[in-house]
Every structure is written in structure tokens, then in C-alpha cells.
Design a protein around this ligand. Structure first.
Ligand code: 5AD
Ligand code: FES
Length: 355
């Protein structure tokens, strides 16, 4: 079988070719190569993360996002520190070894408050991974949170093309600031997750090529890739959603470019297609993030419309995801923290494609 960019670093033309291909045989080659590379580095294990969406307040105004500041039609909530801890306890009981605390950029959660929450979780769960996903903050704040016990940080770059970034965000938000945050986080010692949406308004294949080039430079431990899905009462409400096939090709390409990065099968993929997450696993993804948020607030964390898993109990989500993972031929690895095997230094072997 022909292997996409076997044994060499792909050039821009080749990447653009695979970004845009609609040839089913070529796409299958791409997915098969990505599966192989992922199996080489992570076997068939799929890691589980317990996602706690702890606040839907946000001071930002991203044009695509359902919880943007200007959306007066969405009901806001904020979990108390004690409720967040309770979610962790419930998650631990279900077997999770990673908690992901995600929220909008909510000024109520000052550095001090967040540090106190992280310290409390760390004290009770010394061996668990604590992942934060709370947006852009100062380097000092990232350092304090790291010292408090957080070890991973997710901050999607959303798009690595600065003109495209400007078309998706208010003028006050800059791609350069986002990138600085990501490099600072990596420098401090976090396992860092970047990522982007596929099919956002005004995105071109060239933008996606920029995403790949940026990721090759940043070398994050994790890359979250999901299709854009319109959210009601946002400026992008009437744009079409991103393509599932294109999203899957981007997952596979990132697996080939960064063989040891972690790749989640995202909820947005599952929202657009009933087997979207399973398809992502077969295109090189190896992480799932079932929801641990209290059931009553789940529908309110509405980044986009028709989000799945908003009605289920946490235990039900875990059971459902385990079944889906197994049915796709993979092994749910709940008991593992699932740390990234991404080497800290840029290893030549990773720059070369090991397909
Ligand atoms: N469609 C898909 N993904 C979205 N996100 C925010 N809004 C949308 C949307 N309308 C994603 C962003 C963000 C992550 C938490 O959710 O990539 O980083
Ligand atoms: Fe909250 Fe974009 S609207 S970070």
C-alpha cells in the first residue's frame, strides 16, 4: 500500500494535497497510515479524561462561540469550588485519573481562587492529572497554577492564520497573544494542548496548512480538532458547519506529523455525525473526554447548537464511551493517566515521518 509521505518530511504541496483530497482510496491510505503510527506509539489504548465545565461566564466575545459575552440569550452558571471538588470525587469514583477543568474566561475565577481550587484537588488526588482550560492569562498566573498542582493546560489556537484569526475574534484578541500563552505554558512545564476548529467561516486550505506548520513548530502534547458548528445568537449562526471528512483528514495529518501527540475524538465530531468520534479513533485519535459536569448545568455550556451528551449522567457517558471505544476495536484505558509521550526536545525522528 502506498504510504502518505513515507520516510520524509512532507512539503506544503503534499500537505495541501491531503487537506483537499476527496479521493476515497487516498483518504483511506491516510487514515490507515495514521492508525499505524498511533498504534506504534500508543497501542490500541484510548485514554479517558473527565471534563468539568465549571463556568459559562466569559469576558471574551469570539464570533463563533455560544457563550460569548454579547450573547444575552444564554443562561449563565458558575459552579462553586465545592461543587467542582464534588465533580472530581464523582469522577474519581468512576475511575478517572485526569480531570479537565474547562470554562469561559470568567473574571470571578481570579488567579487566587483558581489556585485554591487546584490546591484542594491536588491535596485530595495526589496522583491524578489536573488539566486546566481557562483561556489566556499572564505568565505569572500560569506559573502560580502550575505550582498549585496543575500539570496540563488546553488552549486551542483556533486558527494559525492571523487574518483568519482576526475574522473570528474581536479586535482586542490577537493570534500573537494566544501563541505567546502557548509557548509560555510549554516553557513552564505544562503538558500543553493546542488545537483548531475545521470549517469556520472564511477558512481556506491555506489556513489549515498554517495550522499544521504552527503545530509542527509548537510540538504540543495534545491537539484538539473539531468541526465548527454554528451557535444560535452569534454572528456565525447562519454559516454552515465544518465538514466531518475534512476534520478527520486533519486528525490523521496531525497524527502523522506529530506521532506522539494525544488526539481527542471530540464531542463536536460526535455532534455532527453519530459515529464521528469512532471515525476519529480510526483516523488516529486516542483520547475521549466524557462529561463530568452536573447534569443540570450541561445544557447551559452551549458553545454550539445540538451538543450531544447534555442529558446523560456521568456514569452513563463513561459506559457509552467505553462501549463505543471497544466497538471500534480499541481498548478503554480508564486506569491510565494517559500522559503524552511527546518528547520535550524536538527529536529528529519526530520531525521525520515514521510511517
Ligand atoms: N463550534 C465548534 N467548536 C467551538 N468551540 C467554541 N465555539 C465553537 C463552535 N461554535 C470550541 C473552541 C474552543 C473550545 C472550548 O470549543 O475551539 O477552544
Ligand atoms: Fe469565551 Fe471565546 S467566547 S473564550
Amino acid at each position: 500500500m502506498k504510504r502518505p509521505f513515507a520516510g520524509e518530511t512532507p512539503g506544503d504541496d503534499e500537505l495541501l494535497h491531503y487537506i483537499t483530497t476527496e479521493d476515497p482510496a487516498e483518504t483511506e491510505e491516510l487514515f490507515a497510515a495514521a492508525r499505524l503510527v498511533r498504534e506504534e506509539h500508543y497501542g490500541r489504548d484510548v485514554y479517558f479524561r473527565g471534563l468539568i465545565e465549571f463556568t459559562s461566564h466569559c469576558k471574551n466575545d469570539c464570533l463563533y462561540c455560544g457563550i460569548r459575552r454579547s450573547n444575552s440569550r444564554t443562561e449563565r452558571y458558575r459552579l462553586s469550588p465545592e461543587q467542582i471538588l464534588d465533580c472530581c470525587r464523582a469522577g474519581d469514583g468512576l475511575g478517572f485519573r485526569t480531570f479537565v477543568l474547562q470554562g469561559g474566561e470568567d473574571p470571578w475565577f481570579t488567579g487566587d481562587r483558581l489556585c485554591a481550587i487546584v490546591r484542594d484537588i491536588r491535596a485530595e488526588f495526589p496522583d491524578h492529572a489536573i488539566t486546566l482550560s481557562v483561556g489566556e492569562r499572564s505568565r505569572e498566573s500560569y506559573e502560580a497554577l502550575f505550582r498549585a498542582g496543575a500539570n496540563r493546560y488546553l488552549l486551542r489556537h483556533e486558527t494559525a492564520d492571523s487574518a483568519h484569526y482576526a475574522a473570528m475574534h474581536p479586535a482586542a484578541m490577537k493570534l500573537s497573544a494566544r501563541k505567546e500563552c502557548l509557548y509560555a505554558l510549554r516553557d513552564i512545564g505544562y503538558q500543553v494542548g493546542a488545537g483548531f476548529m475545521v470549517g469556520t467561516p472564511f477558512q481556506t486550505p491555506q489556513c489549515l496548512l498554517e495550522d499544521l506548520r504552527f503545530l509542527r513548530d509548537l510540538r504540543p502534547h495534545m491537539v484538539g480538532i473539531g468541526p465548527f458548528i454554528p451557535a444560535a445568537a452569534t454572528p456565525f449562526a447562519d454559516y454552515p458547519p465544518g465538514g466531518v471528512d475534512l476534520t478527520l483528514r486533519m486528525v490523521a495529518l496531525v497524527r502523522l506529523l506529530l506521532p506522539r501527540t494525544l488526539l481527542p475524538a471530540t464531542t463536536a465530531l460526535g455532534t455532527l455525525s453519530p459515529d464521528g468520534r469512532e471515525q476519529a479513533l480510526t483516523a488516529g485519535a486516542n483520547v475521549v473526554m466524557p462529561n463530568l459536569s452536573p447534569q443540570n448545568v450541561r445544557p447551559l455550556y452551549s458553545l454550539y447548537d445540538n451538543k450531544i451528551c447534555t442529558g446523560d449522567e456521568a456514569a452513563e457517558c463513561v459506559r457509552c464511551m467505553s462501549l463505543r471505544v471497544r466497538a471500534s476495536g480499541f481498548v478503554p484505558a480508564m486506569a491510565s493517566r494517559g500522559d503524552s509521550r511527546m518528547p520535550l526536545e524536538a527529536a529528529a525522528e519526530d520531525r521525520k515521518i515514521s510511517a
